[in-house]
Design a protein around this ligand. Structure first.
Ligand SMILES: NC(=O)c1ccc[n+]([C@@H]2O[C@H](COP(=O)([O-])OP(=O)(O)OC[C@H]3O[C@@H](n4cnc5c(N)ncnc54)[C@H](O)[C@@H]3O)[C@@H](O)[C@H]2O)c1
Length: 259
């Protein structure tokens, strides 16, 4: 997809990956971005910073807890109303709170599913949309178990299963319409990792799995992968990985018709 002139809605974009994705889209002359986040202070600050850098009204912040059905629906309709269309949706907001695991599943999986259905509703060419792309942010914890964060790992596995199943169905029943891909980063230095370090640091299980020093990928690598998925129209139903070992690559799965 050509990014120039496109409109995006990105959840959890007040900081971290979502903010970096927004900035990469703006560098390529995206028309506007709805930044959807529950952190009003950081969301407003990011709106001000990016508008100053890339031009007035390039970014609009919408405060929203993605785990609220009404608030998420409202954020989609406000972005559409403001920028007159939506072409790119990134379901990125996430938390890693194992003590409040129901909330983790609500934010990291249920809201991603709801955001995907809303994106398809708004972008589907058969429903008045222009087609587009959805990118769901999973994690390497969605491909392999993360023993220190089982709820987070379950939610991220769910994101992959849901997105791949829907993409395969779309290839058959609704092709050339809305592309759907997943992005699975390794650990990266953002706020969520700071929270998770409470589980990881000085934990012998973590040390046994990840070694004495946690390997991370730069946020810029994850943002580069995101742009690749947006721009490459051949990518549909793919699972991109960003890892310190192999950089950006795609996970190969067995063809389900051969299972
Ligand atoms: N950083 C990593 O190590 C890492 C690795 C793999 C996957 N991820 C995933 O990447 C995504 C982005 O995380 P990040 O690393 O940028 O972390 P981050 O903490 O910097 O950003 C997460 C953003 O989501 C927002 N958010 C959280 N709960 C929300 C809610 N209920 N409603 C609306 N917004 C909410 C936060 O306010 C924040 O702005 C998450 O889904 C995370 O699970 C992160």
């Amino acid at each position: 997809m050509k990014i120039q002139g496109a409109v995006a809605l990105i959840t959890g974009a007040a900081e971290g990956f979502g903010k970096a994705f927004s900035e990469e889209l703006l560098k390529r002359s995206a028309r506007g971005i709805g930044i959807v986040d529950f952190n009003a202070a950081k969301g407003k600050a990011t709106e001000t910073e990016l508008n100053k850098k890339y031009g007035e009204d390039k970014v609009r912040f919408f405060q929203c807890d993605v785990s609220s059905k009404d608030q998420l629906e409202d954020a989609f309709s406000k972005t559409l109303e403001h920028y007159k269309g939506i072409d790119i949706v990134c379901n990125n907001a996430g938390i890693g709170d194992e003590l409040n695991w129901e909330k983790t599943v609500d934010v990291d999986l249920v809201a991603v599913m709801r955001g995907t259905f809303l994106a398809k509703q708004y972008m589907d060419k058969n429903k008045g949309g222009r087609g587009g792309i959805v990118i769901n942010i999973a994690s390497m914890a969605g491909l392999y178990p993360m023993p220190l964060a089982p709820a987070y790992s379950a939610a991220k596995h769910g994101v992959l299963g849901f997105s791949r199943a829907l993409a395969i169905a779309d290839k058959v029943f609704n092709p050339e319409n809305v592309r759907l891909n997943c992005l699975c980063p390794s650990f990266s230095e953002t706020a969520i990792l700071q929270q998770m370090k409470g589980l990881i640091n000085h934990n012998p299980v973590a040390e046994a799995i990840y070694g004495a020093e946690l390997q991370t990928v730069p946020v810029s690598m994850v943002a580069e992968g995101f742009i690749q998925l947006v721009e490459d129209d051949s990518k549909h139903g793919e699972v991109m990985r960003c890892t310190p070992q192999n950089g950006i690559d795609y996970k190969k799965f067995r063809d389900i018709s051969k299972l």
